[in-house]
Design a protein around this ligand. Sequence first.
Ligand code: MRU
Length: 383
Amino acid sequence: MVLQAIKYSRGQLEILDQLKLPHAEEYDHVYSSTDAWHAIKEMRTRGAPAIAIVAALGLAVELENMKLSSVAEEVEIFAIEKLNYLVTSRPTAVNLADAARKLTKIVQDAAATEGATGGDVKEAYIQAAEQMLVADVQDNEAIGKHGAEWIMQNTVAGKQGQVSLLTHCNTGSLATAGYGTALGVIRSLHSKGSLKHAFCTETRPYNQGSRLTAFELVHDEIPATLVTDSMAAALLRLKGPTEHIAAIVVGADRVAANGDTANKIGTYSLAIVAKYHGVKFLVAAPRTTIDLDTKSGHDIVIEERPGREVTVIKGPRHDGVSLDLNVVETVSIAANGIGVWNPSFDVTPAELIDGIITEVGVIEKDSNGEFHMDEVFKTEGTK
Ligand code: MRU
């Protein structure tokens, strides 16, 4: 069975509530842009591509089911207002802002067409939003393929036939429309028999690794081991038959024009650890995550989340022997009164990144050690 975080058909949208995973698989209905905004803000849906798609489809469902004005300009104004609102839900992942910008242009063009009605603007919007869902899965499969090939050609273990990888956060079917980016690379290697073992970090404080990536790895029966974030350096020292990490592959929330990459907090530490150990460090992201308007990582706004995400954990009761899924407990794990800093993302300097895997190929640095992210928009498609 394929994991599906987003279930969509015309006029209907459901999202898998990721706060309840891995213990319960429950879907929430999203009826409107307001519902989508809350699902994103509360992290019931998360991951850069998934956030953009849920936002786009949340408004598509609202437009499909509401009684709309027949005046094209009125529908245009309504849609643009909602898109601007959706963008305020989470600031760091650029995919949402990118989707909103593209959809805004679509409704503007549709409304400006001679004789257009409100229904025409609605239809143009919905078709474009639906296309984003389809395109994301195709892009992820291409990312998986390019990443797997690069790793097999550019690592010692790859040249010998099988690799072990470490990944961080969740970048799989739950973070995208399907298949995943960094986890898509792992899936691709696994499907070819080229993956020896996957290691995933717990990814504190929100545990996207232990709750979500581990869930996907178990679901797909991929040989895998969970480690805490603080174990990465020790893991990279190991040279065992399975524990010899060939590369660290992570996703991204925003890649600046110079290749600096914002991703889940802890990514920067992993890149430093990889550099020290001579292990390849790769970022896997669709072109919708590349933001040419952001020149470097210094310009990326990092979302700060509530301190309680660090001081408190939530989960089903465990009595030391078994789980009771009917009782969800919230437990304090920090000294009462301590101050907390909780940035949700960090920025990894391009200097520490060996390659950026996109759906059109792997971007490497030039002879001066610089990425040219604009190159990916020259091959096909435009920004
Ligand atoms: O806070 P989250 O869970 O939305 O953060 C997700 C990440 O940082 C992912 O690594 C990133 O969005 C890439 S998802 C394909």
